[in-house]
Ligand binder design. Structure first.
Ligand code: EPS
Length: 348
């Protein structure tokens, strides 16, 4: 089992993550993690912060001579903008952000204490951890990618930038839909036998937990509501070379809470960023007077970045399910288990 925790505030000294359960003998390179961190920063509509931050990882533990040694991996990403203590008090909660509920819950009378941790800045840690999971999956021919499907109701790529620029000019923000695809996942990750071992449930939770995500679906998702079973269910075929296979993938690669050997296809919707330059109505948490919501430096649209974060969290959960099935304390042991299972399935 893989597990991880993150810590750090958006404008604090640094972000940290500890990843536990990675077998020994996996190549662990700063370069591979930094590459994923750089991908998270790009995309039209990102704010000025992305130009400020270096997002370069330091590997503090868990590896020697560029290979994991089986002990917890500790990652550190320093914030260039670490102005946290110098930033002013915020009293006007932004609709759609954690601001108000967070202030009530933790009894904070400065909303900055909430937003510093609620901020999507923390997703850098999750991408860093996900990059290591991607390396493990890559060893076994599994790849995880993402793409943008829609931004602000626009599906045509060529028109998206104009829509984002227009929203920015109006002091507004945009959300959208992105897709994550995992290729090369063998049949049998996850299980139907217990609710919390179902792979779709595990992946949905991971993606849903990313800041601003409001919905997750697999395969054709909500289209299932308008179709008959005969029109959508993925019929089963057999070929001596390929083994069992499908000609369609409505299910998005998961049936009965298990991977079925087809591509895993996940879509998720991200709401528009909560910080509006032309702010919405709010209430001062001290005076209770009607005010406009606080305005922070932020993004206009972060859907492509959210897709990269989702790749990371999906990779992490797939790697965890992979290790649950083929687990071992070294990559050599995992490989032996994996090869044995693939042989068994081929001879089924
Ligand atoms: C983010 C860093 C933040 C925001 C954004 C994501 O930096 P700052 O607040 O200093 O501009 O750009 O966070 C939010 C949109 C949010 O609502 O918290 C990052 O590193 O991804």
């Amino acid at each position: 089992m893989l597990r991880y925790m993150t810590g750090g505030e958006s404008h604090g000294k640094c972000l940290v993550a500890i990843l536990d359960g990675m077998p020994a003998g996996l190549k662990l390179e700063k370069r591979a993690i930094d590459k994923e961190l750089a991908r998270r920063k790009i995309g039209f509509g990102r704010g000025r912060r992305m130009a400020i931050e270096k997002d370069s990882v330091e590997i503090l533990s868990g590896a020697r001579h560029s290979y994991t040694i089986g002990s917890p991996i500790t990652l550190l990403i320093k914030n260039v903008d670490c102005s946290g203590d110098r930033l002013g008090v915020i009293l006007e909660p932004r609709p759609a952000h954690a601001d108000l509920s967070g202030a009530l819950k933790y009894d904070h009378h400065d909303i900055r204490n909430v937003l510093e941790r609620a901020s999507a800045r923390d997703t850098a840690s999750r991408v860093a951890v996900g990059a290591i999971a991607k390396t493990l999956l890559g060893e076994f021919g599994i790849g995880v990618t993402s793409r943008v499907i829609m931004i602000g109701g626009i599906k045509a790529k060529a028109l998206m930038e104009r829509e984002i620029a227009d929203a920015a000019r109006s002091g507004d923000t945009l959300g959208g839909i992105f897709e994550v695809v995992a290729k090369g996942v063998p049949a049998g990750l996850g299980s139907y036998s217990q609710w919390d071992r179902r792979l779709d449930g595990i992946l949905a939770k991971a993606v849903m937990s990313i800041q601003a995500v409001k919905g997750v679906s697999f395969g054709i998702g909500f289209l299932y509501a308008s179709k008959r079973g005969s029109a959508v269910h993925d019929e089963i075929f057999y070929d001596r070379k390929k083994g069992f296979y499908r000609k369609t993938n409505s299910a998005g690669g998961i049936e009965g809470g298990m991977s079925n050997g087809e591509e895993i296809v996940i879509r998720a919707v991200m709401k528009p960023i909560a910080t509006l330059k032309k702010p919405l109505a709010s209430v001062n948490i001290n005076t209770k007077k009607a005010v406009k919501a606080a305005v922070e430096r932020s993004d206009t649209c972060a859907v492509p970045a959210c897709g990269i974060v989702a790749e990371g969290v999906v990779a992490l959960e797939l790697a965890s399910a992979f290790l649950e099935k083929f687990g071992g304390d070294s990559i050599r042991e995992v490989r032996r288990n994996y090869d044995g299972y693939i042989k068994q399935v081929k001879a089924f």
